[in-house]
Design a protein around this ligand. Structure first.
Ligand code: ASP
Length: 314
């Protein structure tokens, strides 16, 4: 079968400048992106579903402390980690998501379990934790999620009213740059697409703040009739712009191509309301696209016709 099989992933968008990245640090990021890409490719090459591929890819990114998801999640206002994740299957638009979960090594795997075992789409906080326990998920100690850099990042703003997007440093008092939220989209041999997104959210977030990442249609979308999307950026704006679904709508109802639809949303619709960030996408034919209105976005993609790309800067 000659159908195009493809995979794309991101590790967050933001003020990522080559001038401020040491070669050693860049290598570590590239290795993290590469490992995650390989985790998904391995499955897709064996004929696995796009759903399995995005789950494996995002799990690998969650296990890498460089990214703001799973192990590398930022600290909230209470000095804890509260994570959000969602996953969607393009064949029937089944979806699952969790918000405000703690101690879970791979929130994306819990999101998938919500999709397949709960009869619901989005579980939050204590209830999501009870569901995780029922499903046999074990809890990691706080030390698993501890990262000295992220702790210092939080200490600098914890007594203020500000919260900090992991990738947004232009307006922050922080002098170092660290980028975050992760996601993957894939198109499998059978023509199905899937998307997955996972994040620790924003440093110093409070009041049960929820971003776009666990919200179907905002941070994640997958529909075999159009595309699969995973977003990263200032979550409040992605929520207000229903960004992932907006791309799918432009394709379905206005006939735009994938890249054109992504650019319209990221460079026009999102900017109109002041949002910054980006997204990765794949359409039903397996074409992939990146779009971002920030200086950079950690990203990678692969397809069965020999494309392989890892990139960071704009
Ligand atoms: N969109 C995520 C959120 O608002 C953050 C990010 O993409 O880095 O929680």
């Amino acid at each position: 079968m000659s159908a195009l099989v493809s995979l794309a992933l991101h590790g967050g968008a933001g003020t990522i400048l080559q001038a401020e990245m040491s070669p050693e640090k860049e290598l570590r990021y590239r290795a993290g992106l590469e490992d995650a890409l390989n985790a998904g490719i391995k499955l897709l090459e064996k004929g696995a579903s796009a759903l399995d591929a995005v789950e494996a890819t995002v799990s690998a990114l969650e296990d890498c402390p460089l990214f703001n998801a799973g192990r590398g999640s930022v600290f909230n206002a209470l000095g804890k980690h509260e994570m959000d994740a969602s996953i969607m299957w393009g064949a029937d638009r089944a979806a699952g998501a969790v918000s405000g979960v703690s101690g879970i090594k791979n929130p994306i795997q819990l999101a998938r379990r919500v999709m397949e075992q709960s009869g619901h789409v989005l579980l939050m906080g204590q209830g999501a934790m009870e569901f995780a326990q029922m499903q046999g998920f074990s809890l990691e100690p706080d030390s698993y999620f501890y990262d000295e850099f992220r702790y210092q990042q939080w200490l600098k703003i914890r007594d203020t009213n500000s919260f900090q997007l992991d990738h947004d440093v232009k307006t922050s008092p922080l002098d170092e740059k660290k980028f975050g939220t992760v996601g993957a989209v894939a198109r499998d041999l059978h023509g199905h697409v899937a998307a997955a997104t996972s994040t620790g959210g924003m440093t110093n977030k409070k009041f049960g703040r929820v971003g776009d990442s666990p919200v179907i249609g905002a941070g994640t979308w997958a529909d075999d009739r159009s595309c699969a999307i995973s977003c990263t950026g200032s979550g409040e704006f992605f929520l207000r712009g229903v960004v992932a679904y907006d791309v799918a709508c432009l394709m379905r109802y206005q006939g735009l191509g994938l890249q054109e639809a992504c650019d319209r949303v990221i460079h026009d619709h999102l900017l109109e309301i002041g949002g910054d960030g980006g997204l990765i996408a794949v359409d039903a034919g397996g074409t992939t696209a990146f779009s971002f209105n920030t200086e950079g976005m950690y990203r990678a993609r692969w397809n069965s016709q020999g494309m392989r790309e890892i990139a960071i800067y704009g």
